[in-house]
Design a protein around this ligand. Structure first.
Ligand code: PDD
Length: 286
C-alpha cells in the first residue's frame, strides 16, 4: 500500500492528491518554475544548506523572488508532520498564476510554492548499487541553461524513457561534439588511469549536490578528480564509470549500449566512494 505524500501548498498542508494547481499557473503553462529534491535519512534532510543554496540560485537566475527561509521552515514542518523517516522532499516554486502571456506578468503574481514529503524505497537502488547498473547513450537535446534546476525536463524524460524501454537505469546524454555531459537525472563520472573525470561546471550541466560531495570525498580517499569532460569514444578505454545523484547516491555503471565497461563489474574507485558516502552520511547523522 502506498500512502499519499503530505504536501504543503502555499502554506496549507494537505495530502498531495488534494492539491489543486490553477490552470493559469506559469509552471504548468510554461515550465516557468524551479525545483529541488532532497533525500531524507532518519528523518533529517541531507545536505539541506547545499540544496537550498542551489534553489536560491535557480530562483535568482530566472528572476523569481522567493523566500528561502520560509520554504525551509515549511519543508521541515511538512517533513515532521509526515512522520517520514526514510524518504525525500520535493520543493517547487513557480512564478505564480496570471493571464497567459509569455513575458512575465506585471503585477498580481505571487510565486506558487509546493512542497511534499514522501517515503523512499531503499530497495530500488540496492541491487544496481551492489552489482552495477546498465545505461544507454542518448543525444543531449536540452536547452542551453541546464545549470538552472528548472522543471523543463521533457528532453530528460524522453531520454529516461528510452533507457527504461531498453531495460536500462539511465541515459548518458551526449552533446553534438560527442561529449558525455551528464545523465538524464544524475551526474556522470569516469575513471581512467586512477583519475576521476567529470564535466566541468558550465551551463551544459546541473551543478549536482552529490557531485560536489563526491568531489570532497575523492579528496578524502586520495583520488584525483579532474573536471575534464569525457566522450562516448572514450567508453571502451575507461576503467570505471559511475553516476551520482540525490536518490542514486554513488551508482556504478557496468555496461553502456550493450558493451561492458572494463570487466563489466563495479571498480575499486567507485567502491571506495560508495563507502566514503556511507561514512560521511553516518558522521552527518551522528
Ligand atoms: N535529479 N543532473 C540532472 C539533470 C539531474 O536532474 C540531477 C538530479 C542530477 C544530480 O544532482 P543532485 O546530486 O543534486 O541530485 C544531475 C533529481 C534528483 C531529480 O530530478 O529528481
Amino acid at each position: 500500500m502506498t500512502t499519499d505524500p503530505l504536501a504543503n501548498w502555499n502554506g496549507d498542508e494537505m495530502p498531495l492528491g488534494d492539491v489543486c494547481i490553477p490552470a493559469s499557473d506559469r509552471g504548468f503553462l510554461f515550465g516557468d518554475a524551479v525545483y529541488e529534491v532532497l533525500r531524507v535519512y532518519r528523518g533529517q534532510p541531507f545536505l539541506e544548506t547545499e540544496h537550498l543554496g542551489r534553489l536560491r540560485r535557480s530562483l535568482s537566475e530566472i528572476a523569481i523572488v522567493g523566500d528561502i527561509d520560509r520554504l525551509a521552515t515549511r519543508m521541515r514542518e511538512t517533513l515532521r508532520h509526515s512522520g517520514i523517516v526514510e524518504g525525500m522532499v520535493y520543493i517547487q516554486v513557480t512564478r505564480g498564476s496570471a493571464p497567459r502571456t509569455h513575458r512575465f506578468p506585471q503585477r498580481d503574481c505571487r510565486p506558487n510554492e509546493l512542497i511534499w514529503a514522501e517515503g523512499f524505497d531503499e530497495d530500488h537502488y540496492a541491487l544496481p548499487r551492489e552489482q552495477g547498473a546498465v545505461a544507454i547513450t542518448a543525444p543531449d537535446l536540452r536547452w542551453k541553461r541546464c545549470d538552472i534546476k528548472s522543471v523543463n525536463l521533457l528532453a530528460n524524460c524522453l531520454a529516461a524513457q528510452q533507457a527504461a524501454e531498453q531495460g536500462c537505469i539511465e541515459a548518458l546524454l551526449v552533446a553534438e561534439d560527442g561529449t558525455i555531459t551528464e545523465a538524464s537525472h544524475n551526474s556522470a563520472f569516469a575513471v581512467r588511469q586512477g583519475r576521476i573525470l567529470t564535466s566541468p561546471l558550465s551551463p551544459s550541466i546541473l551543478p549536482g549536490i552529490t557531485r560536489s560531495l563526491v568531489n570532497r570525498l575523492a579528496a578524502r580517499c586520495d583520488v584525483t578528480i579532474e573536471e575534464t569532460s569525457f566522450r562516448v569514444a572514450d567508453l571502451p578505454e575507461l576503467d570505471e564509470l559511475f553516476l551520482t545523484g540525490t536518490t542514486s547516491e554513488v551508482l556504478p555503471l557496468v555496461r553502456v549500449d550493450g558493451a561492458p565497461i572494463n570487466d563489466g563489474r563495479p571498480g575499486p574507485v567507485t567502491r571506495k566512494l560508495q563507502q566514503a558516502y556511507r561514512d560521511f552520511l553516518e558522521e552527518h547523522l551522528a
